[in-house]
Design a protein around this ligand. Structure first.
Ligand code: 6PG
Length: 470
């Protein structure tokens, strides 16, 4: 019997679709799932007539695979990954490759690589983005770990990955150890930021200007035909136009306004704080999801804590145009912050990340794919050590010229009492970054006043303390 060339462990939707995707590219795939019934249903359903074989134990899985074995785990991030590794390990040999394709925390990946080191089993931690559809038709894939192991899985991943418009596959080796999962974490942080920026623009236009969901859907659709062209803007247009079959209302009007989160955005902010990276938009997006989840408290407060009424008396067309420009510029600033964080992480963790390649593989397949990523890729081609995207002439010009739109949109929302925190935070980042002298001199003086923490001076070297009360 011919041995299978690849394996997928974990037949959730992502696992099933990736197995199908890889089989469709001409590879034979063995699958395993903790509960047998799911494997049976998969084989009798979507996997029928494909080069996919079912296995019902790790021993059985190991037997049907050609060596070195290439096994992709798609199980829930966290302890389940450790459990699978422990259970499958006795059936593997040195040189075999385990690939974790879930949203694992990068430090867990680093730990697992260390633990497996003695066994000779190679471990790849890879980000896979694109949701169910992406998994089936081509995700963006961000693998990190042993480079030799990468070479051994490269052909399959290149075949399975999304292809950008220039035909380039959206997968590349990110770097050693946890680099792949780190990049995926930041991808998700940027995803949170962009989703929140879009949500705020939707809120301002829908609630503040009373534009119908249908009409707003048309507006987002038009935006998506221009420079804002991106997956998240595209699906927003579709969501806005969708009607709830039960009530005949826009579906958005019946969806509970509590945002859930699995943790990747929060991890991005936490790590940014650890490394000292300014990720204002991502932090604001995480905080916005948190306050959204306090629905009962918000409903109660809305009855007693008053604010301005969302009534708009200005030029509607002008505000819609400004919203488009503001969203474009603030999306650029969200990517700017994400790439800035990865730059610091690359130094801190010796990942040697190539920003150009990251932008390149985010151009298609992933949730944050957008036309502007092509320009981000080019910016890093012009200068691979670019410290901040805003320093690239092309992006500088965009943000400098659109900052007026951001200010107009934010002040309008603030005047109406409509929260616009992520966009304000994004502008705060922009204004802080371009300000030569921030009020941190006062912060330093206060620290020295109450804690004798000392401060540095502009006019001479050294560390100084003032006797403030004398
Ligand atoms: C992707 C998505 C995917 C998942 C998020 C959702 O790139 O395909 O990011 O990984 O949908 O993890 O995250 P939250 O549940 O935290 O919103």
């Amino acid at each position: 019997m011919n041995k299978a060339q690849f394996a997928v462990v974990g037949l959730g939707v992502m696992g099933q679709n990736l197995a199908l995707n890889i089989a469709n590219k001409g590879y034979s795939v063995a699958v395993y799932n903790r509960t047998d019934q799911r494997t049976i249903d998969f084989l009798n359903g979507p996997a029928q007539d494909k080069a996919i074989i079912g296995t019902y134990s790790y021993e059985g899985l190991a037997k049907v695979l050609e060596t070195p074995r290439r096994i992709l785990l798609l199980v829930k991030a966290g302890p389940a990954v450790d459990a699978v590794i422990d259970e499958i390990k006795p059936y593997l040999n040195p040189g075999d490759i385990l690939i974790d394709g879930g949203n694992s925390y990068f430090e867990d990946t680093e730990r697992r690589i260390k633990v497996l080191d003695d066994s000779g089993i190679n471990y790849i931690g890879t980000g896979v983005s694109g949701g169910e559809e992406g998994a089936l038709h081509g995700p963006s894939i961000m693998p990190g770990g042993d480079r030799v192991a990468w070479e051994a899985i490269k052909d399959i991943f290149m075949a399975a990955a999304a292809k950008a418009e220039d035909g380039e596959p959206c997968v590349d080796y990110m770097g050693p150890r946890g680099a792949g999962h780190y990049v995926k974490m930041v991808h998700n942080g940027i995803e949170y930021a962009i989703m929140q920026l879009i949500a705020e623009v939707y809120d301002l236009l829908r609630r503040g200007l009373n534009i119908s969901a249908q009409e707003l859907g048309d507006i987002f659709r038009q935006w998506n035909d221009g420079e804002l062209s991106s997956y998240l803007v595209e699906i927003t247009a579709e969501i806005l136009k969708k009607t709830d079959p039960d009530t005949d209302q826009p579906i958005l009007d019946v969806i509970l306004d509590e945002a859930k989160q699995k943790g990747t955005g929060k991890w991005t902010s936490q790590n940014a704080f650890d490394l000292g990276a300014p990720t204002h938009a991502i932090n604001a997006a995480v905080a916005s999801r948190i306050i959204s989840s306090m629905k009962a408290a918000r409903v109660a407060a809305s009855e007693s804590i008053t604010g301005p009424k969302p009534a708009f008396s200005g030029d509607v067309r002008q505000l819609i145009e400004a919203a488009k420009e503001a969203l474009f510029a603030s999306m650029i600033l969200a990517y700017t912050q994400g790439f800035g964080l990865m730059r610091l992480a690359s130094q801190e963790f010796d990942y040697d990340l190539d920003m150009r390649n990251i932008a390149k593989i985010w151009r298609a397949g992933c949730i944050i794919r957008a036309d502007m990523l092509d320009d981000i890729m080019r910016a890093f081609e012009r200068d691979k050590d670019l410290t901040n995207l805003m320093l690239d002439a092309y992006f500088k010009d965009i943000v400098v010229h659109r900052q007026g739109a951001i200010r107009h949109v934010i002040t309008t929302a603030i005047g109406m009492g409509i929260p616009i925190y992520a966009m304000s935070a994004t502008l705060g980042y922009f204004d802080s970054y371009r300000t030569a002298r921030l009020p941190a001199n006062l912060t330093q003086a206060q620290r020295d006043y109450f804690g004798a923490h000392t401060y540095r001076r502009l006019d001479k070297e050294g560390s100084f303390h003032t006797d403030w009360q004398s």
